[in-house]
Design a binder for this molecule. Sequence first.
Ligand code: PMV
Length: 355
Amino acid sequence: MSEDTKIIGWNAPSNIALIKYWGKRDNQLPENGSLSLTLNKSTTSTFLTYKKKQTLENTISIEYYFHGERQLAFESKTERLLNSLKSQMPFLPDYDLIFHSSNTFPHSAGIASSASSMCALALCLVTMEENISANKLKTEDFFRRASIISRLGSGSASRSIYGGFVTWGKIPSLENSSDEYATPYPVDPGSRLNTIRDIILIVSSNEKNVSSSKGHALMNYHPYRDGRKIQANDNMLKIIEAIRKDDYKTLADTAENEALALHALLMTSEPDGLLLKPGTLSIIEEVRKYRRSTGTDLFFTIDAGPNVHLIYFEDQREEVLSFVQNNLVRFCEDGQWIDDCLGKGPERISNESFD
Ligand code: PMV
């Protein structure tokens, strides 16, 4: 690599929302507040190499490689994003930009890859900005700026900037909350909530027939649009209170209500988006039956797809793993599931790990 070529690497996690962001306005601003858990193992690593162009012109020059292969669809998406960022990051057209990224989880596994990939990309861009301007931001300002840039790539990516529980969207009772960026939602260090885990049950890995951007757009004319905002705000207040009081029953009831509300909205959109599969419903029934009969603190949540996230606590891991093996794996495509847990947020990766 030549002297004037620089490299930056970040590893960023995906996240799973308990209060769902669904519907947006203006420049990727959310119609309602959301709250998520940042994952630990489900991550994207991205390296950005940049070199000043010989001749300056105002166009974005980029190449995007995914697991070593040029990825033209993602390249065009990233190019569009970088073009839209030119007013905020005017240095972008002055450089040749090459991205190399890889995921730890399979494609279409029900894990939001746009959250981890856009988060890693934004962190690389803000680090590049810092390097070339030689203006070192305070840590808090650095991550806030990265959250804003991530949001412009994918709304949920704004939350992946922080570890643990994270909110995004203006919530009147939460000081510092904003539609522009996410904010970490601290829980008591001794709380059992810090030991939360997520088993992702892959019911189907087929490509979804409604992308999340199409889904958000369907909310613009949805007959339940206003009702959804009221519901999401009520659920946010309930879940915040449940987290504050370590009230696992309200946490479970509210998160499940949100997952089903998201799919109810999808199913009643025009055109409708029916993304749940028979296996998804069977898992829901089994989870509820198991919770009723054992009193275990576990619950499900689902993103805009058929796969189920089973949320539970470390101290009940053994019994939950047997339940998954005995009752749920049979509904998973090729028996596939992913074992994840609450994560600490993105990490800078050393240049040496780039070969
Ligand atoms: O960030 P997007 O545009 O992929 O939208 C994410 C939407 C949901 O995953 C369904 C909910 C959420 O808050 O993550």
